[in-house]
Design a protein around this ligand. Sequence first.
Ligand code: ADP
Ligand code: MG
Length: 722
Amino acid sequence: MSKVKSSETVKVVIRCRPLNRKEEAAAAGVTRTPGGVGGIVEMDMRLGQVVLWNPHGPPGEPRKTFTFDSVYDPSSKQRDLYDETVRPLIDSVLDGFNGTIFAYGQTGTGKTYTMQGVWLEPERRGVIPNAFEHVFTQISRSSADRQYLVRASYLEIYREEIRDLLDPNMHAPHVPNVHTHTYRTLELRESPESGVYVRDLTSCVCKSVKEIQELMNLGNQVRSVGATDMNEHSSRSHTLFLITVECSLPGPDGRQHIRVGRLNLVDLAGSERQAKTGVHGERLKEAAKINLSLSALGNVISALADGRSGHIPYRDSKLTRLLQDSLGGNAKTVMVATLGPAPQHYEETLTTLRYANRAKNIQNQPRVNEDPKDALLREFQKEIAWLRAQLSHREGRGKHRKEEGEEGWDGEGDEEGEEEVEKERTLQEGRLEEEKEAIREDGSLLAEEKQRLLGEKERMMGDLKKEWDATEQLTAKYKAMESKLLVGGKNIMDHTNEQQKTLEIRRQEIAEQSRREREIEQQVMVQDEETLELKETFSSLQQEVEAKTKKLKKLYAKLQCVKAEIQDVNDEHVRSRQELEQTQNQLTRELKFKYLIIENFIPPEEKNKIMNRLTFDPEEDQWKFTPLVPAESQFSQMKKRPASAVGYKRPISQYARVSLVMGAHSRYRAENIMFLELDMTHPTTVSLDHRPSEVGPNYSPYPTDNVPHRERAARVRMSRSW
Ligand code: ADP
Ligand code: MG
């Protein structure tokens, strides 16, 4: 397959969860609402439409209709969403594309349910476990000339800090309490080769579904243990599970080519508006940070959907930088927006639908990542080839000793080969042992000669053992390396039977079919509206008037909808502006407070000194001090830094030394404030009013020898000049 470079839009699907028990109870007395009993959302899965009903609006208010790539109503199954929407994306990742799925929505609407679901129930497993199965099944079914390397990473963004959830330090046994253990926060870096990446992020090679599931569990444990309130934590943090699939396959030129597909599985923080009003100081900054990534994501989506603004504010948050490729870049992206059907969340539901509606217009340019320089698979292959060569070389030497002309090490490391090697080893050892025995029993040799020969044989045995051990180590390393690579056509999983495969293909076909049907329906709907006018011929004026009146009514209703929409958007805009202004006011107030302190209590020259040294680091979004000694002159100036050691005086400059000799220079008085010699004066003792009867007859507060007690320890005495 050649490199594909084309443009495609972000796929946006909507999923509505069923009413929960509380909502059902609340809806018990309510008459039937348009979105089923108690619900305000109506979905047309065939057309891909969501209709929202305003529970607080006037009776005649038109409903809001949105059209998406697909919609999933409360009765839809996890499998439906997977087969129709996710499966094609994962297939693309296996072909070397970048793929991203993110779940967006208010807390409690089913983001985590969609992404993870209930692991133990196959029917209710979410996107992530299904994707794991899918990746490894596809690998086991691919042709035998392909080699795969699968890696996984897991991270969390919480208050604009990136935390590695697979950090080995977090999982090490010496970490007694994860509560008190601080997370290592990671930094983002950008390279022309692989785009934006997280520096030092742990990435683990996975050989099977079980292994990758265990990784996810490990990460989830760190998350839940580290958080004091898991619910709050999960609704305020974003989690990203990254899977990198590298595949090496023979190209048309006969050489091996490597394709790298990266899959981002993202469970975003709850999209509900965080109340910032009434919060001050540190708490305000915290509140501002919590949803910074989400509002930045909204801005990026708006800027991209708008298509007019040249500047896309990716750099405004960690999340948007990480998803830079997924939004408007080199990736295929699916956004799952989740809704709740309850009337009390009307506002949030509408915001989510608008957000999702905007994201539909984002254009991406996905392409196959072919032969990137940083492919790990290439390094693995090189290392394996080297180890194989080493082993073959050793084998060759062994054979040479045996004087047999067989082939070199075949590298397969199968059972038979191992047995052979073991046999060879015992054979050689046996032979040496026999020779030793023969020497011992040889009567014609002198005792000294015997000893020498035996020693020689001993040494040979030692050498042989060393060599075997080294070979064993190499073989183990070779096997460990090779086992990490997955080869196509091998059954890594047991259920690759034909029936299952056929079933999956059927399901895929059905999903494809219904997707196409929906697309056609949507197109027909749009065309109908456009061509209605052209098709109409009127037999009488009366008829024409009627038809046109009907149309006018329809258009009028549409106009009302659009007007209402404009009003809504305006209101929302005003609201968010007010909120921003409020935040700004509070920040300004805080700034004034800090200014007051600085202006009145910090000497101006000190302030200037500090200010001159400060520079802004956009990478970390922080002010930093420039080092006092510039980097280039650092070595020349710091060449002879005196070693500091306890008991030494601190270094004195030449000038200070001269000044001291010249007389008591007031400036250097402090250089000599301590005398460390013994204080020989007698103590000014105070007689203790103790009662010997209580303490004992021989008691004395001082040691009994005649040395004054103060001399026993060196004392520090203040110099008189102080
Ligand atoms: P979020 O991650 O968006 O905060 P959750 O995924 O935790 O929300 O979902 C909240 C609750 O709703 C969970 O108890 C979950 O089981 C349930 N739920 C969500 N979506 C569905 C669905 N489509 N079908 C059944 N239950 C769901
Ligand atoms: Mg969640």
